[in-house]
Design a binder for this molecule. Structure first.
Ligand SMILES: [Ca+2]
Length: 196
């Protein structure tokens, strides 16, 4: 009996090692298959509310009227560390949309006022907000409020609008505001987190 016990113990150790290896492999396979892949299906037209702009003036820009002259290519941006942003976004430069409500002239962007500085609050449908300093958006054609992703309306989890662009500090996801619904100009409020 005393000679059989070490043999049993060895077999048990081998068996446990095999079970552990199988369990580890299975968990790795599960982990790989459970990576969350955001649904890329474009949101239906009924889920595309207007973009709300609030400043000196107020505007509700219908989805169809938001421009597509600006673009951001997350596939080419070396600072982009977010898989979901590896796409070609198209939309309207932020400064152009701000120009619609930044003073009493909706046809032009007031550069002098922007250089003096005010806060541009980007508000998402879940209440998340991000503040941009007006002084940083002058001349930035590539900081865009996007409505198209690889040629399609933004998917529901991401749209209808998303603030995207290069040269955000460290490219934290927070700077790229998804499910954006409102842009508010706040005179005198330039402090806070701001892309440079
Ligand atoms: Ca204006």
């Amino acid at each position: 009996m005393s000679e059989r016990r070490p043999g049993l113990r060895r077999r048990s150790v081998v068996l446990l090692a095999v079970i552990a290896a199988v369990a580890l492999t299975a968990s790795m396979v599960l982990a790989r298959t459970h990576v969350i892949r955001p649904d890329a299906t474009p949101a239906p037209a009924s889920d595309r509310p207007p973009l709300v702009l609030q400043g000196e003036l107020a505007r509700r820009v219908p989805w169809a009227d938001v421009g597509t002259t600006g673009s951001y290519d997350g596939r080419e941006d070396p600072d982009n560390r977010h898989e979901e942003l590896r796409a070609l976004y198209r939309g309207e430069p932020l400064y152009q949309l701000v120009g619609l409500v930044d003073d009493d002239d909706p046809d032009t962007f007031n550069v002098a006022e922007a250089k003096r500085g005010y806060g541009i609050e980007l508000v998402a449908t879940d209440g998340y907000t991000w503040m941009v300093d007006s002084r940083t958006i002058v001349g930035r054609d590539d900081w865009v409020i996007a409505k198209l992703k690889d040629g399609q309306p933004l998917p529901e989890w991401e749209g209808p609008y998303r603030f995207v662009g290069p040269d955000f500090i460290g490219f934290r996801a927070g700077q790229s505001v998804r499910t954006l619904e409102r842009v508010r100009l706040l005179p005198g409020r330039v402090e806070g987190q701001t892309p440079q």
